[in-house]
Design a protein around this ligand. Structure first.
Ligand code: NDP
Ligand code: 8X3
Length: 261
């Protein structure tokens, strides 16, 4: 049995690792990270918009979950309201800025403003909202892990605004690391390639056949592979800072190069 398959309702975590707040814990990388972090002794603050999924995760992970907080990261007031009431022992030791999405794959001259706004508001402004609210309270030794993407390293046709938002995460991660260095807060980025989650279903607005096509002919990453990278960073000794981790499926060499059957 893998560590992350432990039944959290029965098996109390052995080692206190501190508090981890995960944005976008209702699906994909976020929920896989929650499960793995719980199995490794973290106490969790789980966030996302879908409160039913947060509650299901709380039920599954039992006492590992300190709190679920349902809010939209794009909404500054709602973010402030949700995060302002954390008690001192709920301030995260690890913040995983994971909530994000791609919407649409139109070329720039056919792009849809609403889709563009959703990507920029969620991937850039949402990450900023959560970071701005939590970093003043975070202590020396804390870590922030931003989920970037291969799309933040290489642009691709139809990806313009998603690319721009993830290039922004890449830049923000570097600047945040410099700003927070004097406070002893580490900042890392995990940048995955193609991973089979709800990501493509969201991108293609519920068209499951288009979503499935993305992963045809090769073995994509699974959410647990990315969670594993997040937990690796989160559990390094205090003097070790993993700054940047690009993680790809074996069949993907770049944003454009896939070895498909
Ligand atoms: P999923 O669609 O499975 O999960 C996305 C998560 O983000 C959900 O929990 C969703 O929760 C949350 N979210 C989206 N919008 C908001 C919002 N406005 N407010 C709060 N939470 C929000 O996709 P992934 O797990 O794949 O994606 C996670 C991150 O990884 C994203 O940043 C994505 O860009 C990035 N990524 C994905 C890759 C992939 O191939 N899958 C590769 C590289 C990076 P809810 O809907 O409940 O609010
Ligand atoms: C998601 C990976 O290549 O679809 O960030 O942009 S990709």
């Amino acid at each position: 049995m893998y560590l992350w398959q432990i039944d959290m309702k029965k098996d109390k975590p052995q080692n206190g690792r501190g508090v981890m707040l995960i944005t976008g814990a209702t699906s994909g990388f976020g929920s896989a990270t929650a499960r793995m972090a719980a199995s490794q002794g973290f106490q969790l603050l789980l966030t996302g918009r879908r409160s039913d999924r947060l509650e299901a995760l709380r039920e599954e992970l039992g006492h590992a979950v300190l709190k679920t907080l349902s809010f939209d990261v794009c909404d500054l007031k709602a973010t402030q309201q949700a995060l302002s009431n954390l008690s001192s022992d709920e301030v995260p030791d690890v913040l995983v800025n994971n909530a994000g999405l791609a919407v649409g794959k139109e070329p720039i001259d056919k792009g849809i403003y609403e889709d563009w706004n959703r990507m920029i508001d969620t991937n850039v402004k949402g990450l900023l909202h959560v970071t701005r609210e939590l970093t003043p309270k975070m202590k020396s030794g804390a870590r922030i892990i931003n989920i970037g993407s291969i799309a933040g390293r290489q642009a691709y046709p139809g990806g313009a605004v998603y690319n721009a938002s993830k290039f922004a995460v890449h830049g923000l991660t570097q600047a945040m690391r410099m700003d927070l260095l004097p406070r002893g807060i580490q900042v890392a980025q995990v940048a995955p390639g193609a991973a089979e989650t709800e990501f493509s279903s969201v991108r293609f607005k519920g068209d499951e056949s288009l979503a499935k096509d993305v992963y045809k002919g090769f073995e994509p990453l699974q959410a647990v592979d990315v969670a594993d990278a997040v937990l690796y960073i989160a559990t390094r000794p205090a003097h070790v800072s993993i700054q940047d981790l690009l993680i790809m499926p074996a069949a993907q060499a770049s944003a454009y190069h896939y070895q498909k059957t």
